[in-house]
Design a protein around this ligand. Structure first.
Ligand SMILES: [Zn+2]
Length: 225
């Protein structure tokens, strides 16, 4: 599959213990959350699996954050902004394809807003998903099968552009779509709601109550054309 980011997906591998832990987790309900199971009732081996899953999830997250340059895979807001919470994101929802729950190709890191408030378990970002399933696992890496820029397969920058400018305490930010997928993502993830001409930090937030800095008024008007 095409892979525009570094480190490459192919460089990620599970240890034999992680692989065994994943097999164990996939046989349980709510596989993704097995690391928060109570220890009560678990065998020593299962406790070790639980710990391995916890470590694996952290490794996957760190890996994707490095690939994404510490930005949300969908809206590209930077995570060092303390108000932005991160979620591990299943591009093909795990409730539709549980076998992809720990697949590094199907995972990325999204901000909580893109993941929980906007995308949820929707499937309209996937082409040909109407019949409820993947034809085969090659489907994951085929760029044609996604209506949005896939966080691991497409280069976000080929599809969308994000500009943020702050002068003093005032800021504006703006998205432009550069492709059909970019346009789809713009509406799907409600990026228009992030286009602040306000004093928020880029979370879908309140409108400002102060007048904008004159430099930013010019910029905003140029964006709006
Ligand atoms: Zn986001």
């Amino acid at each position: 599959m095409p892979d525009p980011y570094e480190p490459k997906l192919t460089s990620f591998s599970m240890t034999p213990q992680e692989q065994r832990a994943v097999d164990w987790a996939l046989e349980r309900e709510n596989s993704w959350k097995v690391d928060s199971l109570p220890n009560e009732g678990l065998s020593e081996e299962e406790k070790a699996f639980k710990a391995a899953i916890k470590g694996l999830k952290q490794r996957i997250k760190d890996f994707h954050l490095a690939r994404q340059n510490n930005c949300c895979c969908y809206c590209s807001l930077r995570f060092q902004n303390r108000t932005i919470e991160q979620d591990r994101e299943h591009i093909i929802p795990k409730n539709k394809h549980p076998e992809l729950t720990f697949s590094v190709e199907n995972l990325a890191v999204a901000c909580k807003t893109c993941n929980m408030s906007v995308k949820k378990a929707k499937t309209s970002h996937l082409r040909g998903f109407r019949h409820g399933g993947l034809r085969n696992l090659n489907w994951i890496g085929d760029p044609c099968n996604y209506n949005i820029p896939h966080p691991n397969v497409h280069n976000w920058l080929d599809h969308l552009e994000y500009e943020f400018r702050q002068v003093g305490r005032d800021a504006v930010c703006h998205y432009s779509a550069k492709s059909t997928r970019g346009r789809f993502a713009y509406y799907f993830f409600k990026l228009d709601e992030l286009e602040i001409f306000s004093n928020t930090d880029g979370q879908r937030g309140e409108l400002r109550s102060q007048p904008l800095h004159p430099t930013l008024v010019e910029l905003r008007d140029a964006y709006k054309q």
